[in-house]
Ligand binder design. Structure first.
Ligand SMILES: [Zn+2]
Ligand SMILES: [Zn+2]
Length: 346
């Protein structure tokens, strides 16, 4: 089969003939029907993810149909339409036993620990505890939009942030994660303040439900601007980009006892950012992370999507072929466009 492939970090991304996968004993092979392009794929190609072994096939936000099942799989069948979280839990470590597969000690991550879904077929291990059957009402492209950015934003807001209707939620960075967070927070009744440096992205954020927008290029003090708009500060603030500046601003724009949620990946020089810890103490702020979402937490989110209350398909700006993916992946860091890109032809 032809897959998107690279042999060196930062090197050429090409289409190569590679062997079709076979299912691991506890896993399946999926015929990939849709696969989202994510900035994490770009980070992986750049060598920022220690899990990746070369050569590599990226791709971790997917929907597909089961075409082969390993001998130890009990709950899944050939022909089922499924999606999965980008972090698949092993099902037997202490984290999985506590229901926290999103921080499993033995993670299977398609497109990171193993070859991913920028290919016609992908093998997925730990099938019983991670594959999520898709309702007919949710199409493949919408499902592929869930697997990483959307579920991480959902878990950040709902499980980590305990967001309530009427609360102020600030979202710093309006890429895929940020736009997902805006869509979800607005659907849950929060008042959202979108922060970015691109007017086109801010306009799209308003379309998706943001009540207010702050252009970081046009104000001298982003935290102050957010606090002024939100009557003293955000209840929840998300760094959806992952940089020293957006992380600092997110913590600094909170009201007393507010929650900062880190979702944007912190890599390179941004790994250990400077933070206003004086405010964390004096205002009893909370600093939380969100790392995907467990498969068993999907049903309430899928029910909202099936009912039309959450519409991840609105985030999809562009649908491309697999052959177009290498160029699109290499261009991801230039922040083109205002929504997410999904491969839907293989
Ligand atoms: Zn585990
Ligand atoms: Zn992703």
């Amino acid at each position: 089969m032809k897959a998107v492939y690279y042999e060196a970090f930062g090197g050429p991304i090409t289409m190569e003939d590679v062997p079709e996968p076979v299912p691991p004993p506890g896993g399946v092979v999926l015929r990939v029907t849709a696969s989202g392009l994510c900035r994490s794929d770009w980070h992986g190609w750049q060598g920022h993810d220690p899990d990746i072994r070369l050569p590599h096939v990226p791709g971790h936000e997917l929907a597909g149909e089961i075409v082969a099942v390993g001998p130890d799989v009990r709950q899944r069948r050939v022909g089922e339409r499924v999606t999965l979280p980008f972090v698949c839990g092993c099902g037997h470590c202490p984290q999985c036993a506590s229901g926290n597969q999103q921080v499993c000690d033995n993670q299977f991550q398609p497109g990171f620990t193993h070859w991913g879904s920028f290919a016609p077929f992908v093998a997925v291990d730990y099938a019983d505890s991670n594959l999520v059957p898709l309702p007919d009402l949710i199409d493949d492209v919408a499902a592929a939009a869930l697997g990483c950015r959307f579920i991480t934003a959902y878990r950040g807001l709902v499980a980590q942030g305990s967001v309530q209707g009427g609360q102020w939620v600030a979202v710093h960075g309006c890429g895929g994660v940020g736009l997902s967070a805006i869509l979800i927070a607005a659907a849950l009744g929060a008042q959202v303040i979108a922060v970015d440096i691109d007017e086109q992205k801010l306009a799209f954020a308003r379309e998706l439900g943001a009540a207010a927008a702050v252009n970081g290029r046009l104000v001298s003090d982003v935290p102050q601007a957010v606090r002024a708009l939100s009557d003293g500060g955000a209840h929840i603030s998300i760094d959806a980009l992952g940089s020293q500046e957006t992380c600092f601003n997110s913590v600094a724009c909170l009201r007393k006892r507010g929650k900062h949620i880190q979702i944007g990946l912190m890599t390179g020089e941004h790994r250990h950012p400077r933070l206003p810890m004086d405010r964390v103490i004096a205002h009893e702020l909370q600093i939380l992370g969100s790392h995907g979402m467990q498969a068993h937490a999907y049903p309430p989110m899928l029910a909202m999507i099936a009912a039309g209350k959450l519409q991840p398909q609105r985030l999809v700006e562009r649908r491309i072929t697999l052959e177009e993916a290498p160029a699109a992946l290499a261009a991801m860091d230039s922040f083109p466009g205002k929504g997410i890109t999904v491969i839907d032809r293989f």
